[in-house]
Design a protein around this ligand. Structure first.
Ligand code: NAD
Length: 257
C-alpha cells in the first residue's frame, strides 16, 4: 500500500517503537515528522537518514510532550498531520504509597495528556484534508494491570478510553482512532538489559528472555518495532477504514491469559 502524500507525526520517535513506526510509515511512502524533547544534531541526522533511505520528506521537531502547549505547537509546526501516532512514554515503578508525586505527574502528562493535546490540535487539520488516522501506542497495561505501575497503568487505560471517545466523535468522518497494545517489545533499552540480567541470574540469553523477561508473554518472544510499525501501517490502510475505537494487541498472547 502507499501512503504517498500523507504526513505522519510520531511523538517520541528518536528511539525504540516510535522510530520503528516512523521507519515503517516512511517505507510505505509517508512523509514523517520525528519528535522528542531533545534537539541534538543526531536527532536531525536520524530524520535525514530516514528521508534518504525511503525517498520521503523527514523532519525532526523538538517538543516536550510533558507540556500541553508544546504538544499543540508540534502539530502546528508540522503544518500537516494526516497520521498522528501518539507514542511518547516513560515508566516509573514503585508501590502507590511511595510513588513520587512528580513521577506520577510526568507519566500522566507524557503518556496520556499529550495524546489529548496532539489529537485536539490535529483533528482540524485531518478534517480540512478529508482523511485522518490516529494511532495511540498504549500497552498490554492499557488492558490489564501489574503491581507498582499505578501511573503507567492509569495513563494507558486512559489512552484506551480516550481512543474510543475520539473514534465516536469522528465515526461519520473518514478519520479513525485506535490503540495498539504491545506486550514486551525488543527495543534497544530492553536489549541493553539482557547481558546484565544474564550475569545476575547466571543464565543463558534464551533463559533470561523466556524465564525472566517474558514470563507473562505466552509466545516467549518479544514483539518487534517493525511489527508495531507494520500494524500502524495496516491501521492507515483502506482495509482498516472501518476499524475504529478499538484496541489491537501485539502481545504474543499476554492478554488472552
Ligand atoms: P523508548 O524509551 O525507547 O522511547 C520513548 C520515546 O519517547 C523516546 O523517543 C523518548 O525520547 C520519548 N520521550 C520521552 N519523554 C518525552 C517527552 N517529554 N517529550 C517527547 N518525547 C519524549 O521506549 P519504547 O519502549 O520505544 O516506548 C514507546 C512507547 O511504547 C511508550 O508509550 C511505551 O509506554 C510503549 N510501550 C512499550 C513497550 C515495550 O516493551 N518497550 C510495551 C508496551 C508499550
Amino acid at each position: 500500500m502507499s501512503l504517498n502524500g500523507k504526513t505522519a507525526v510520531i511523538t517520541g520517535s528518536n528511539s525504540g517503537i516510535g522510530l520503528g513506526v516512523a521507519r515503517e510509515l516512511a517505507r510505505a511512502g509517508a512523509d514523517v515528522v520525528l519528535n522528542s524533547f531533545t534537539d541534538r544534531d543526531e536527532d536531525h541526522a536520524l530524520a535525514a537518514e530516514i528521508g534518504k533511505e525511503f525517498g520521503v520528506t523527514a523532519r525532526y521537531i523538538k517538543a516536550d510532550m510533558s507540556k500541553g502547549d508544546e504538544c499543540r505547537q508540534l502539530i502546528a509546526d508540522a503544518g500537516k498531520c494526516d497520521i498522528l501516532v501518539n507514542n511518547a512514554g516513560i515508566q516509573h515503578v514503585a508501590p502507590i504509597d511511595q510513588f513520587p508525586v512528580e513521577k506520577w505527574d510526568a507519566i500522566i502528562a507524557i503518556n496520556m495528556n499529550s495524546a489529548f493535546h496532539t489529537t485536539a490540535a490535529a483533528l482540524p487539520l485531518m478534517r480540512a484534508a478529508g482523511w485522518g488516522r490516529i494511532v495511540n501506542i498504549a500497552s498490554a497495561h492499557g488492558l490489564t494491570a501489574s503491581p507498582f505501575k499505578a501511573a503507567y497503568i492509569a495513563a494507558k487505560h486512559g489512552v484506551v478510553g480516550m481512543s474510543k471517545t475520539v473514534a465516536l466523535e469522528t465515526a461519520q468522518e473518514p478519520i479513525t482512532c485506535n490503540a495498539i497494545c504491545p506486550g514486551y517489545v525488543l527495543t534497544p533499552l530492553v536489549e541493553a538489559q539482557i547481558p546484565d540480567t544474564m550475569k545476575e541470574y547466571n543464565m543463558s540469553r534464551e533463559d533470561v528472555v523466556k524465564n525472566v523477561m517474558l514470563t507473562r508473554q505466552p509466545s516467549k518472544e518479544f514483539a518487534t518495532v517493525e511489527q508495531l510499525g507494520g500494524t500502524t501501517v495496516f491501521l492507515c490502510s483502506d482495509a482498516a477504514a472501518q476499524i475504529t475505537g478499538t484496541t489491537i494487541s501485539v502481545d504474543g498472547g499476554w492478554t488472552a491469559l
